[in-house]
Structures are given as structure tokens and as C-alpha cells.
Design a protein around this ligand. Sequence first.
Ligand code: MG
Length: 191
Amino acid sequence: MIIMPGIFGIDIDDVICQTNPLILRLLKEFYGVDIRWEWLTSYYFARTKGFPLTQEQVDRAYGEFTAGASLAAEPLAGAREALLSLRAAGHRLCLITARPESMKGDTEKWLAEYGIPYDELIFSGRKHLIEKIGYWVEDKGSQAKLLAESGKPVFLMDYPWNRRTRRHPNIRRVRNWAEIMDLLRFFAIIK
Ligand SMILES: [Mg+2]
């Protein structure tokens, strides 16, 4: 993977914001089931083998999330510091999310609350069509695959729900933001 300065396209849910852990907390509250995110082997929870709830039950938690509960989510460790460093090194930060646009207010509020820096906030699930992005950070396997196929390097945040995503020369699997920053330092993109 060759890294040069550019515009970063950064996903929000489970890349900046600990979304799935919050959804699981909501599911526990609603149905009394204790599900650990480490068990989720599919991006769509109900497709995980042995998952104890139906998609409709999961959707209820997503409904809450969309309607205000998202503000209770915690940021991912190191995300803020990493984005501050990228910006200080002259990169532009586009936060690109497939959240519904009705969440714009809550999303902006949450980003401000945790001091997450960004230049642009875009609501779109069709990320591969956004040509100006030079580098992507993503956790959804199918999305990462599309982005990689569009010819752009992708840092894929490693999670159980994307472990079946096939290897691709443009996909670099990383465990956390610290690893992304180490790679960027290695390629002398930041100091
Ligand atoms: Mg995501």
C-alpha cells in the first residue's frame, strides 16, 4: 500500500464511535440478553449463527439509536487524537456515514461533544462514488470491498463482523487507530 497526502474518508459508526457496543447495551435493556460484540460474526447481527434475537428486535434498538440514543455512545480509543494529528499534518477529513440524514443534528452534537475534528460531514451509503477521497477508514466489509475495488487504499478496522472479508491489495486490516497512525508515520505521511 502506498500512502500519500490526501483527503481521508472516515466512517463514523465503529470507526470513530463505539456504536455496536451501544446497540448491544440497548438490546440487553430491552430483552435481557447479554450479547458480546466479540460474538458478532455478521454485520447484520441476526445473521450471526446462534444469535438469540430476530432482526425486528435488533431494528428496535436501531430505532432508538436513530431517535436519540446515539448520543450515549462512547468514542473509539485514540480516534480524536488520530484525527487531530492527521489534520495537523495537512490532511482533510471527510466523515462519511450511511446513517440516515435525520441523524445530522445528533451526529454533529456528538462530534462536538467529544471534540472530533473534521472538515466535512457527508451522509451517504454510496461511498465509492465519492471520487475525491484518497484514503478510507471503514469497518463494514462489503463497503471496504467496494472502496478497494474503486482503486483507493482502505484501512479496515478489524472486527469479528468483517473477518470474512476477502484480502485485497488495497485493503489494510488494522486493529485500532494507533496502528493506522503507525503506518502513516512509517510512510512519512505524518511526523
Ligand atoms: Mg461503520
